[in-house]
Design a protein around this ligand. Structure first.
Ligand code: ADP
Ligand code: MG
Length: 313
């Protein structure tokens, strides 16, 4: 059987640096990223693609807010906004990957799946809300929304106003992972678990219900990689390797590290919370649960088969 790889696209697969986020910018970035992952396909791997949605879902939420203020269009809950971005981002990746494969004379089906990810309604994350989302509000507006919508607010540390905070719960179950596994092992490229998945809770009667929360996209992709028994897990981001003493005079790139070395560097505080730490943790979880190798790198490095920082047992 072919090697099965899960690849998580980071924010820069769609938006880079201080780009505005026009359709043309996103299109160009997606094409570049798809060109880069052709190396994996040519190497004979089966492929599942996950992706982030941070800036995109933020914008969709602002659009809902603005639409409500200007036109009186009823805003929809955050989990619905996540589903919107899963659709729009997967559409772009699917279409442009198909075009890139066509150019390279490669024939593969590409299928995008809207993915719900089950979280535990008793997860401690729902008691300790950490993830700021949506627009900044005045203190008066935030007080009103607290009462109207039962939202929780925190003052912005950079004094830009008050911002809603939501939970970042752990992914428990990824709906349809068995189908993703089968499709991928049959040679179809599957785009799934976008933005970490649409967070849903499961009620006692088995029914599902969307919740406003943010699931870490690297952890969700790693969880999927574990469930479908992937051989390799790639996190594509905007740095070619992971570093210790990052941005210091004695910065050093890591090429291949064991889980215990990764843990030691984590404990020493080399990986920033909210950016590199969750990526390294996701890789460790994948390897601890049977994955052979997890790689953190930048997409343009993929032509070199030893690229990036590789976390192994
Ligand atoms: P993505 O959108 O791809 O998920 P993030 O911005 O969340 O990316 O994380 C990537 C960023 O992590 C890099 O741009 C880098 O600035 C930061 N980072 C923090 N600590 C490290 C480290 N030790 N080594 C490399 N990058 C690091
Ligand atoms: Mg980023």
């Amino acid at each position: 059987m072919k090697k099965l790889s899960v690849v998580a696209f980071g924010g820069n697969a769609l938006l880079r640096g201080d780009e505005e986020g026009t359709y043309e910018e996103q299109l160009k970035n997606v094409i570049d990223t798809c060109e880069n992952i052709v190396h994996l396909i040519k190497a004979g791997n089966n492929l599942v693609i996950g992706h982030g949605n941070g800036p995109q879902v933020g914008n969709v939420m602002l659009q809902h807010e603005a639409g409500a203020k200007v036109f009186g269009i009823v805003p929809q809950p955050m989990h619905l906004c996540v589903s919107e971005t899963q659709g729009s981002i997967a559409y772009l990746i699917e279409q442009q990957l198909r075009n890139v494969l066509l150019k390279h004379g490669i024939e593969r089906n590409i299928i995008s799946i809207i993915t719900q990810v089950v979280v535990d309604k008793n997860d401690d994350a729902f008691k300790n809300l950490t993830k700021p989302v949506g627009p900044f509000y005045t203190v008066e507006e935030s007080k009103e929304l607290e009462i109207d919508k039962n939202w929780v607010f925190q003052k912005d540390p950079r004094d830009r106003g008050w911002r809603r905070v939501v939970a970042s719960p752990k992914p428990m179950e990824i709906n349809n992972w068995q189908i993703v596994e089968k499709l991928a092992n049959d040679g179809n490229i599957v785009i799934t678990v976008g933005g970490g998945g649409i967070p849903v809770i499961q009620n006692a009667d088995g029914s599902f219900e969307g919740v406003d929360a943010v699931i870490d996209k690297d952890l969700a992709s790693a969880t999927l990689a574990k469930l479908i028994k992937a051989d390799e897990f790639f996190i594509l981001t905007d740095v070619p390797k992971v570093y210790i003493n990052y941005h210091k005079a004695n910065q050093k790139a890591l090429s291949r590290i064991s889980i215990s070395e990764a843990q030691k560097y984590m404990d020493e505080g080399h990986f920033a919370a909210g950016s590199m730490a969750p990526k390294v943790k996701a890789c460790m979880m994948f390897v601890e649960n049977g994955g052979i190798e997890a790689v953190i790198t930048e997409a343009s490095q993929l032509k070199d088969e030893n690229c990036g920082t590789r976390i192994c047992k």
